[in-house]
Design a protein around this ligand. Structure first.
Ligand code: HEC
Length: 91
């Protein structure tokens, strides 16, 4: 009877696939977390780290878009997060 044996290369492959699956499913969890957060929540969590949160009425829609682009780089937000915050500020 032939002995069934897993080669070291196969183990490497299994380990690689496991890491890929873990990374992919992990990032899905992350994006779901972001998806669950409302613009209001993202705004209150991110925009007062450096200064008082400006009230939504302080700027026009157009101004908020410009501010949003600028503060996205400062607050290191994703495009999705920035869009949600702007949508919240301009409702
Ligand atoms: C990492 C720090 C930091 C974070 C986080 C941050 N800001 Fe700012 N913000 C600044 C700085 C510094 C300025 C001063 C202008 C400049 O140099 O960019 C500023 C200026 C502003 C201004 C202009 C204020 C005025 O009266 O002219 C607005 C509006 C603003 N931020 C909104 C936001 C919003 C909305 C967020 C959340 C998405 C945010 N900021 C997150 C650092 C930050």
């Amino acid at each position: 009877m032939k002995k069934f044996e897993i080669k070291p290369k196969t183990w490497l492959l299994i380990a690689g696939i496991t890491i890929v699956i873990a990374t992919v499913s992990g990032s899905c969890v992350e994006s779901k977390k972001i998806a669950l957060k409302s613009g209001a929540q993202l705004w209150s969590e991110n925009c007062q780290r450096c200064h008082n949160t400006p009230s939504p009425t302080s700027f026009s829609h157009q101004e908020w878009i410009t501010v949003g682009m600028h503060m996205q780089t400062r607050a290191q937000l994703t495009d999705k997060e920035r869009d949600k915050i702007i949508a919240f500020l301009c409702q």
